[in-house]
Ligand binder design. Structure first.
Ligand code: IVH
Length: 710
């Protein structure tokens, strides 16, 4: 189907869909015109034409503010080309996959899927198995059969706009026939071994930079501001997934991949349908055997539940799907000498030993540091006190085996005792913090030794501040890790609250920011403005920014959404301080919040110094209520739901995940605040209590009817 002609429609007559398409067209056109003018010195339109398009773009944005693109041409200052790539918010988040490394892990995965779906042991369950391509993922958006946008994964929510570059890749169709009106195709951009070798030879001959491996070469080639460079690089693309769709592609994963192949995408020929864990293992072995001759890098095999209705039921954990997993190949190894051990002190006071290695190449990358985890690991013990490496301890001077699995920090797998220098002595782990001299203690059950200095420990205070200003936290323009380190050193900023007093203290008077080295009138003013700008902060960011141990970004989102506002959250944390009672239970009940995380969270609100620092910070801020999930039309949005008794058509975990997806709060106990009880066979005291309180009660079928179609 040809793209609808939106360029002739008057702004006031555009429908929402037409406006979206027209904004995309204008963004593309204006970006090209910009590049042609500024970069190539070869204008493709005159100034008046350019201005008219920009005006039209601005008028559409004024009429449809929600459709304003992240790479909007009106955000581009003057007519200069934007630095870096525009940003694109993915219509459907681009998540990653969980990993398994062993046969047992694979069995656990299959068992977990069956359990979640409440499948009988002998009920059939099919999976696809296909190579995991070692490249970079790309999302291609087609509207009415036309490629209109291509975005890298970025942080999963927002990627980089690489549309012009993707248009240069031969495997990527520019237009499709017979596709759904909206189709986002996802897959991997990669470079073959032969093309990689030829590229590096050519780069070296030209005196240019050579790439460490095909994945880096693919990434470097796609992420070129000049799309002509991408054109000259031989990139390939395999399609293996999708994002937003206006109509389903098929009923099964395999069917959907076949449909993408029929539409003209390259799909991997080693994709196979498997009916059991044994089948998956056999195909894994088959792919592993072919790996050296495939001609491109793969780093494992991906398994996906085939039935898309089951995939939908399985859904996602915070960052990975329940319906799929990557079975990674064993990591590559190399031997080198351990030159020393440094101790780093982190944000939560953890003393982390880091191996300093004689540089060595592992899987194409030069490695000179590796993690040594903790003191037990160095001593040859695992978390439960069992022996690892046959109990061999690691000593400075040892010949050690280094490995990298995927993108993770290099690790040490083993050491060669026969090469140990005679002078090597057992490593003595420090019991004093190397940064502040406070005692470093190991609590019972904790694998890690921690500095007890709290925020008096400069390492902890600085790491906390760095986390506080980081991109996913307060993200203050002009205030990065380097600046907070300097401000800390000079005593200007000791705690997050101090950041919000910077202007009052150093905006005028004796000591002024603008007089510091590296700062000026303009940059100081800009920083104060950027700080002012962050006085209003969403609850989830505030929570994540506090740098509470175990509390990551996803969990902060879940918790913020559950409590809604800072006041409610704070009151609940105070009530839960003793790690018991209704608020404690409610916290543990949040899907994705475990006991360790919950303890850490309530402790942060209970510990006097930390609490004082949080209060001082909060006093400077307006903390915005958390955004609730989009649950338009959901009959249970905002309601408190309790499940009790046996569920027969799904597991409790699935029911809970489903209710939460629809915006309900799932609680473990019945109270006056409960809106709905779903009671299966065997329901006991909770059903009785609900009846006494007059709470609406449904059986499992009633629940499924209620949420049907959601
Ligand atoms: S499916 C929900 N299939 O691996 C995520 N991913 O670790 C669905 N990858 O970000 C992804 N080959 O970049 C899928 N055959 C394949 C893949 C594959 C490579 C990459 C992809 C993804 C990462 C996850």
């Amino acid at each position: 189907m040809a793209a609808e002609q939106t360029d002739k429609i008057a702004v006031e007559d555009l429908s929402q869909a037409q406006a979206r398409a027209e904004l995309a067209r204008l963004a593309d056109l204006l970006a090209r015109a910009n590049a042609a003018y500024h970069r190539d010195d070869a204008p493709v339109m005159d100034d008046a034409g350019f201005d008219a398009l920009k005006r039209r773009n601005a008028e559409i944005e004024a009429r449809f503010p929600d459709l304003k693109r992240t790479d909007s041409p009106s955000e581009q200052i003057g007519a200069a080309p934007a630095e870096g790539f525009g940003k694109i918010t993915h219509a459907v988040r681009m998540l990653s996959l969980g990993n398994v490394f062993t046969d047992e892990d694979l069995d656990d995965f299959v068992r977990g899927v069956r359990k979640f779906l409440s499948l009988e042991d002998d009920a059939p369950l099919a999976f696809t198995a296909e190579p995991k391509i070692d490249g970079l993922s790309l999302s291609l958006r087609y509207q009415n059969g036309q490629l209109i946008q291509a975005a890298t994964r970025g942080d999963g929510a927002v990627g980089e706009n690489v549309t012009s570059n993707a248009r240069m890749i031969a495997d990527i169709p520019q237009s499709l026939t017979g596709a759904p009106d909206v189709l986002e195709v996802r897959g991997e951009v990669y470079m073959s071994h032969a093309d990689f070798a030829a590229l590096n030879t050519a780069q070296e001959a030209r005196g240019g930079k050579s790439f460490a491996n095909p994945r880096n070469a693919a990434a470097g080639s796609l992420r070129q501001l000049d799309a002509e460079i991408t054109r000259a690089r031989p990139l390939k693309f395999f399609a293996y997934a999708w994002g937003e769709l206006s109509a389903p592609l098929a009923k099964t994963q395999k069917g959907a991949i076949d449909r993408l192949a029929a539409l003209g995408f390259a799909t991997n020929p080693l994709t196979k349908l498997c009916n059991s864990a044994d089948d998956l293992r056999a195909h894994y072995a088959h792919i592993a055997a072919l790996r050296p001759d495939l001609g491109y890098d793969i780093d494992g095999v991906v398994y996906k539940v085939d039935d898309l209705a089951l995939q939908a039921r399985l859904g996602f954990r915070s960052t990975t799907p329940r319906w799929g997993i990557a079975h990674k190949f064993p990591a590559e190894l190399a031997w080198t000498r351990l030159a020393g051990i440094d101790i780093q002190v982190g944000r939560t006071g953890a003393l982390s030993p880091v191996a300093r290695l004689d540089p060595v190449t592992v899987g194409g990358v030069v490695v000179s540091n590796a993690t040594l985890h903790n003191e037990d690991y160095i001593a040859g013990l695992d978390a439960k006190g069992g022996r690892i490496r046959d109990g061999k301890d690691i000593r400075i001077g040892d010949l050690v085996q280094v490995y990298r699995a995927g993108d993770v920090i290099p690790k040490i797998a083993d050491l060669d005792l026969s090469k140990r220098p005679e002078t090597a002595v057992p490593y003595v782990f420090p019991t004093i913090c190397p940064e502040c001299g406070s005692e470093a203690i190991r609590e019972e059950g904790d694998a890690v030794r921690r500095c007890t200095g709290g925020i008096i420990c400069p390492a902890q205070a600085v790491e906390k501040l760095k986390h506080f200003v980081s991109r996913k936290a307060f993200d203050i323009d002009g205030l990065g890790a380097k600046q907070v380190e300097q401000f800390y050193e000079d005593g200007w900023v000791k705690t997050p609250a101090d950041i919000f007093e910077l202007e009052a203290r150093y905006g005028s008077g004796m000591q002024q920011l603008k007089n510091r080295e590296g700062w000026g009138d303009k940059s100081a003013k800009k920083l104060f403005e950027a700080i002012e700008d962050k006085r209003k902060i969403p609850l989830e960011r505030m929570l994540f920014s506090l740098g509470i141990r175990h509390l990551g970004e996803q969990a902060s989102n879940l918790i913020a959404r559950r409590y809604g506002s800072w006041e409610v959250l704070e009151a609940a944390m105070v009530e839960a301080a003793g790690c018991d009672g209704a608020q404690w239970e409610a916290l543990l009940n949040i899907d994705g919040v475990g006991e360790v995380m919950a303890r850490s969270l309530v402790t942060a609100f209970a510990q006097p110094e930390e609490r004082a620092s949080i209060d001082a910070l909060a006093a400077h801020l307006t903390i915005l209520d958390a955004e609730q999930p989009k649950t338009e039309g959901s009959p249970v949005a905002g309601k408190t739901v309790v499940f009790t008794g046996t569920l027969e058509k799904m597991s409790r975990a699935e029911a809970k995940a489903q209710a939460e997806r629809l915006g309900a709060k799932v609680s473990g106990s019945v109270s006056a605040k409960t809106d709905l009880l779903i009671a299966g066979p065997g329901a006991g005291s909770k059903a009785k209590k609900a009846a006494d309180l007059g709470i609406e009660t449904l059986d499992e079928d009633g629940w499924l009817d209620l949420i049907a179609g959601q």
